[in-house]
Design a protein around this ligand. Structure first.
Ligand code: SF4
Length: 325
């Protein structure tokens, strides 16, 4: 790890002022950034510790949920109101990392975690456009079993690693961010950028902007939600394929559904074609399989990750059957 200075502001304004240099980084729980610093992937000269900021409050009301950026993952997952109103969020959180990591990691940090691409996280590999723009991509012709089949480019095919972000994508959450000019709310489905030819740019956050909260709309009447994560081992593992479903049922048929997937896209992947096909579908395996057949439309699988194509359809169908049972 390289030397760095540490600032510990107690107001958002002071934190924003301390982070105006390009070599500064915000840190909260540190569960991702510290590992990247130890591995020399990240080399900030200045860290701005956010732990002293008043961003650790969580509430649910008629307008939905407001989740402060510094709320711990474990605290949110344990909240009885959250589990009742937004089970998909609690399930996504509990499927993430380990209890020890969830006790430290924050909601804002989870949304900004970096990809788990092994080429990105090992500086022994020189080709990684995300780490060093213009250096190439080791994964495209390398080992790409865990990589994206949707949203990739010739420059990067890394998946986004957050389970929580997939649940929030299905819920149409908005990310509240603040800079010295004020606050703005960004729909989560516009917050993450496709890699294109600049995979080092991952979100629409600008220099010095900070995530202050996540807003989740109130659940509709009779809406049910669920998060299903398929992975190589049962805990402390990232998704091969995951599915977040938010579904309303009426008279034995799906009235409306919102669906997002993880482990398959370069950002949390919303599936509008599946949502359209699900509207009015009967709650049978056959009808749901017909609708979820659209899941991988536009996919570009590589040598090692073709298995994700059929797995997407099966995972989504299982998630829908479970949620509506
Ligand atoms: Fe780097 Fe992206 Fe290629 Fe991984 S997939 S090596 S993160 S450019």
């Amino acid at each position: 790890m390289e030397n760095f200075t540490l600032a510990s502001p107690t107001t958002i304004e002071a934190a924003l002022a301390a982070a105006q240099q390009a070599d500064a980084k915000f840190i909260a729980g540190g569960t991702d950034l510290l590992q990247l610093m130890k591995d020399h992937v990240e080399r900030p000269q200045r860290l701005v510790d956010l732990e002293g900021l008043p961003l650790d409050k969580f509430s649910i009301g008629e307008d939905g949920a407001r989740i402060g950026a510094l709320v711990r993952m474990s605290d949110l997952a344990d909240d009885a109101d959250l589990r009742r109103h937004y089970p998909v969020i609690a399930e996504a959180l509990l499927a993430s990392a380990s209890p020890q990591v969830r006790n430290m990691a924050t909601i804002g940090g989870n949304l900004l975690q970096r990809t788990r691409c092994g080429y990105f996280r090992d500086v022994g590999f020189t080709a990684c456009n995300k780490r060093h723009p213009g250096s190439g991509c080791g994964a495209i012709l390398g080992v790409n079993r865990l990589h994206a089949v949707l949203g990739g480019s010739d420059y990067c095919i890394a998946t986004h690693a957050s389970d929580l972000a997939v649940a929030l994508a299905a819920l149409d959450a908005r990310i509240e961010v603040q800079d010295s000019d004020g606050t703005r709310k960004i729909p989560i489905n516009e917050f993450y950028l496709l890699p294109g030819d600049t995979p080092d740019r991952e979100t629409t956050l600008t220099l010095g902007e900070i995530i202050t909260a996540v807003h989740v709309p109130p659940p509709a009447n009779s809406e049910r939600s669920l998060y299903l994560k398929l992975r190589d081992r049962a805990s402390f593992e990232f998704a091969l394929v995951s599915a977040a479903v938010v579904v309303a049922v009426e008279d034995g048929r799906i009235r409306a559904a919102r669906v997002a997937m993880g482990g398959v896209g370069t950002r949390p992947w919303r599936l509008p074609a599946v949502e359209t096909a699900l509207a009015g579908a009967a709650l049978t395996r056959e009808a749901l399989m017909d609708a979820t057949a659209h899941a991988a439309e536009g996919a570009r699988p590589l040598n090692d990750n073709r298995f994700k194509i059929p797995l997407m359809q099966r995972a989504l169908t299982r998630a829908l059957l479970t949620a509506t049972a």
